[in-house]
Design a protein around this ligand. Structure first.
Ligand code: GDP
Ligand code: MG
Length: 714
């Protein structure tokens, strides 16, 4: 800071927060009255000499907000932004924090140094309102000084804070208010355009101007509308406002207000305890149960359990229909198409692969519906709030939990959601543990293996257990990273508590369909390509010896005096045998066999090895690969046997192996698309390397433990 002995301080606060009283206590009779420039609103200024400094105070008009709706608001914010006082004393009525903190959120947007005078503290104590001031300071990123203008307490403390912020003896932490990703994208889009514009005749902060534009602020509009940059700004807004409204069912202005109140509700929930009964709304009443210290966590666990059970149970019926449909197509095509490579790639490659993945569409839809419901009702934020304390124990906070929960859907948006974490250590740690969340693509693998190796009664529990296991591994890893790579304390954040609301069925279905479309598109592109590649790897190279031998056998059969039916049966059998023999030395088998020593301790054979390698393309491909591999070598009379059945009947496999495989798939490195995004978000090659080897290492160790343990039990 400067070593100047003159300090300019402005007092800002709601009407009746006690600004003028405080101002009078601070400066005594050393005051004069003037007018704010250009308006007839009276301006009170006063001086105080303290600790060899001369402090000039300006008492700003009282405002509830810093929008440009009233002259008072305009004066207050223009004064702060253009006169640039060294420090703002934000006077807050301590008995009415809920309303007063709204202005605080706007002052935080200004990104200027401020100290909060928590005024009327005498009444706070009298009313026995308990405040964790220390924690409040950390959440708001500003020092909080309890004062009473009437009792004249806390005044020297406040003066000391003014001097010491000025001399730099106490550090001022600038916390920006963190908005949701949707709003943030709009803000940074506008900010970008502003920062690229030339001769913008303003020294107002671009981020703040962007926020104001989104709030339809008249002054911001007036300032920019005649500048060439307005064309780009307008273009950006036209392009992005509709999608935003569609997604959030809100305009940005309302959304910003709601998020500010969510911030306040969260901050108060963590720091203030009122004695006895208070006026409560529905949200308060629901929160009393849902984020309660004792009931919150069990209720959260129950809700998640219900979602996963529904995913499996309700999904089963349509799943059987789709399964039946695809095996019917396979049978029909095998019957009517001539026995060529084309039939093979179609039936054993494409239909087995893509069909095997599409079968799980119903499960995915139900899971996504559940997650959208949690987000839409406002419960997701409560879940984050509830786990905040647990997260803090491993060195993270509840905010990291939202990207983690998003990871239940897909890692790609989850990695991107970590941008709301401003602390680098927290962000990297969260990025590194997201792979352990069970994304939607892992669900098909679980569904297949649970269906093959467990009963319907066990299914829900196993599935739920896997999700919980993933979370536990994630938390343990976070603790490990925090203890080794990133030591040091992290900043606490406010856990926002938005109001509860009924999401509209339309928006729920829309979100669900949005995700379903991505899934179907993936089945038609990545998975289609992978299926064909895997089919090629499984069918080539051909061993000429085998071909010759089998051709000889076929000729023999044709020469025999058999009925047409018996002939075709015998030929099919030979062909299946040939396929099996050819597959044994195909590229895929060679790769799998090369891997086998490494995965043998986990109970996996080389066929699983092939599936796991191809699963790096996309986790669903584990299923489609198995679909392809296990249908090679089956004759056409067996095409209608489902993959589930084949696995169940295979003597090489057991429930222990099934569980170990699920654990491995849960934990090992996510798909290529997610990895690319991880690299982009983490921003350094070393993190991507760590991510790759850490996930695979943990997957191996855990699968090993599970396999051994299950074998010991069974
Ligand atoms: P302003 O509108 O922010 O300038 O607030 P004023 O200074 O005019 O104060 C509004 C009312 O609150 C007055 O009646 C003050 O006496 C009262 N008041 C101000 N500060 C305190 C305080 O610290 N404790 C109590 N109990 N009353 C206060
Ligand atoms: Mg006043």
């Amino acid at each position: 800071m400067t070593d100047s002995k003159n300090i300019h301080v402005a007092l800002a606060g709601n009407p009746n927060s006690g600004k003028t009283s405080l101002f009078n206590v601070l400066v005594g009779s050393n005051q004069k009255v003037g007018n704010f420039t250009g308006v007839t609103v009276e301006k009170y200024e006063g001086f105080k000499n303290y600790r060899e400094h001369s402090i000039r105070f300006t008492d700003l008009p009282g405002t509830y907000s810093l929008s440009a709706y009233s002259p008072e608001e305009r004066i207050a914010r223009n004064f702060i932004l253009t006169e640039k006082p060294d420090l703002v004393i934000h006077v807050v009525d301590g008995t009415n924090l809920e309303r007063n903190l709204y202005l605080t959120t706007q002052i935080m947007d200004l990104d200027i140094p401020f100290v909060i005078a928590l005024n009327m503290y005498d009444e706070v104590e009298e009313k026995q309102i308990h405040m964790d001031i220390n924690y409040l300071e950390r959440l708001l990123g500003a020092h909080v000084v309890p004062t009473s203008a009437t009792r004249k307490t806390g005044i020297t403390d406040l003066l000391d804070h003014i001097i010491e912020t000025h001399t730099g003896e106490i550090k001022f932490r600038r916390h920006k208010l963190q908005y949701s990703q949707n709003i943030n994208d709009l803000i940074s889009g506008l900010e970008d355009i502003l920062s690229r514009a030339r001769d913008l005749n303003t020294d107002l902060p671009y981020r703040w101007l962007s926020i104001k534009l989104l709030e339809n602020d008249k002054e911001a509009y007036k300032l920019l509308k005649d500048h060439p940059v307005w064309i780009s700004l307008n273009q950006f807004l036209t392009q992005h406002l509709e999608p935003f409204k569609h997604l959030t069912r809100n305009d940005p202005e309302t959304q910003l207000t709601e998020e500010r109140y969510a911030f306040i509700r969260g901050a108060l929930q963590e720091t203030v305890r009122y004695p006895g009964k208070r006026k409560r709304d529905l949200t308060d009443n629901l929160d009393a149960i849902l984020i309660n210290r004792f009931t919150g966590l069990p209720i959260f666990a129950l809700i998640m359990y219900m979602i996963f059970t529904a995913t499996f149970r309700l999904g089963e019926y349509p799943m059987i229909w789709i399964e039946t449909f695809f095996s019917w197509i396979s049978t029909v095509l095998s019957n009517f198409l001539p026995d060529t490579l084309f039939r093979s790639v179609l039936v054993d490659g494409i239909i087995a692969g893509v069909g095997g993945v599409l079968v799980f569409l119903p499960n995915i839809l139900i899971l996504f519906l559940g997650i959208s419901l949690l987000e839409g009702t406002g419960y997701m934020a409560r879940a984050a709030f509830v786990v905040d304390k647990i997260m803090q124990r491993v060195g993270l906070h509840g905010k990291s939990f939202i990207p983690m929960l998003t990871g239940f859907g897909c890692s790609v948006p989850a990695f991107m959601a970590t941008r709301t974490l401003k602390n680098e250590a927290d962000r990297i740690t969260t990025l590194l543990i997201i792979p352990f969340m069970s994304c939607g693509a892992k669900l098909p693998v679980y569904t297949l293996l649970i269906g093959a190796f467990f009963t319907t009664q066990q299914a829900g529990k196993v599935l739920f257990g896997l999700y919980v296991f993933g979370i536990l591994i994630a938390l343990a890893s976070a603790a490990l990273f925090k203890k080794t790579l990133f030591r040091g304390e992290s900043e606490p954040f406010v856990m926002e508590l938005p109001p509860y609301r009924w999401p509209s069925l339309q928006s729920l279905l829309l979100q669900m369909w949005h995700k379903a479309r991505l899934y179907i598109r993936k089945a038609g592109t990545v998975i289609l390509a992978a299926s064909i590649l895997i089919w090629i790897a499984g069918n080539f190279p051909k061993d000429e010896n085998v071909t010759q031998k089998m051709d000889a056998l076929k000729t023999q059969i044709r020469e025999q005096d058999l009925s047409p039916y018996e002939t075709s049966r015998a030929l099919e059998k030979i062909k299946a045998e040939e396929e099996a023999l050819q597959f044994e030395q195909s590229y895929a088998a060679q790769l799998g066999k090369a891997l086998e020593p490494a995965i043998k301790p986990l109970g996996f054979d080389w066929r699983i090895g092939v599936a796991l390698v191809s699963g790096i393309a996309a986790k669903e491909v584990v299923v489609s690969t198995m679909g392809t591999i296990y249908s090679i070598g089956n004759n056409m009379y067996e095409e209608s046997v489902s993959l589930r059945q084949r696995l169940r009947n295979d003597p090489a496999y057991s429930p222990a192996m099934g569980l170990a495989l699920m654990v491995f798939v849960l934990l090992y490195v996510p798909c290529i698309a997610a990895t690319v995004i991880f690299h982009r978000e983490a921003g350094a090659f070393k993190w991507t390397l760590l991510y790759f080897f850490y996930t695979i290492g943990v997957a191996w160790i855990m699968a090993f433990i599970v396999y051994r343990f299950m074998n010991f039990l069974l």
